[in-house]
Design a protein around this ligand. Structure first.
Ligand code: AMP
Ligand code: ZN
Length: 112
């Protein structure tokens, strides 16, 4: 989608601090980090949110990709949080599905 911010990052039209990528997925640093490590993992294919997701393989592999990104950031042992905000009430502001990978500090529960 040409008017989607994250599709434009995938296409290289908007710069991003890229961490890693595969054929299907891209990870880049959040522009407004909420933890010492805050990376976004997205499918290169446009899916607006978890509500619109219908490809179980894609969503499962997104989760494993997020796991691999966290490991690459050195977070596996201490722990990290993977968050998918879905729709406005949960704080979703960019409607291209993305997994937040947060780590490097203690996480509280419940989240705000
Ligand atoms: P959400 O609120 O769950 O939709 O998350 C969207 C995230 O995208 C926020 O944490 C923003 O800080 C982040 N974000 C917005 N624009 C950019 C950008 N150009 N590069 C990297 N991260 C961004
Ligand atoms: Zn998109």
């Amino acid at each position: 989608m040409s008017d989607c911010l994250f599709c434009r990052i995938v296409a290289g039209e908007i710069p991003a601090n890229r961490v890693t990528e595969t054929k299907q997925f891209l990870a880049f640093r959040d522009i407004n980090p909420q933890a010492p490590t805050h990376v976004l993992a997205i499918p290169k294919q446009h899916v607006a949110s978890l509500n619109e997701a219908d490809d179980a393989m894609l969503i499962g592999e997104l989760l494993l990709f997020a796991r691999d990104v966290a490991a690459g950031e050195g977070l596996a042992d201490d722990g990290y949080r993977v968050v998918l905000n879905t729709n406005a009430g949960a704080g979703q502001t960019v409607f291209h599905i993305h997994a937040h990978i947060l780590g490097g500090r203690a996480m509280r529960w419940p989240p705000g």
